[in-house]
Ligand binder design. Sequence first.
Ligand SMILES: [Zn+2]
Length: 169
Amino acid sequence: MTLQRAWLGVDDLDDAQAMARSIELARLSDEHGNHPFGCVITAGGQLLVESENTVLTDLDPTGHAEIAAIRKACLARGNFDLSDCSLYTSCEPCWMCSTAIRRTGIARVVFALTSPTRSGGYSSQYQILGTPGLPGLGAPPEIVTGFMVEQSQAVWTAVNWPRPGAEPR
Ligand SMILES: [Zn+2]
């Protein structure tokens, strides 16, 4: 509640504020019946878009918070160029989201938790997010890992995630 009130007055977002909102979106995703992941995209320090995970409620395996946010950002921009944007996410982007990040040229990615299923685009054996020179993809973004891990983990602990037998994302 305090976080949401603080959020409403924020115009310029620093990394901690943008990540705090991503983590709050992860909590809201769980509250709304989805997996606990959240994402914020900023441009020039301003909020561009934000999204919760929508996988279960939309019955959409592509409804990851990052994909949903990228989709909104491209629609808002009217094109696929997000090269002036930073993306904040409560957990490491998966391979699918990493590809979308690279295809839109997002300049900077900040994430909290590392993928617990070893299916992340940065920490797994398939490093789609950070590997330069991948065919069809532009330069990798600047990547900041492990940012505000404790706060993101606290949400997962509160909602008992990952749950045995549940889809990881
Ligand atoms: Zn993903």
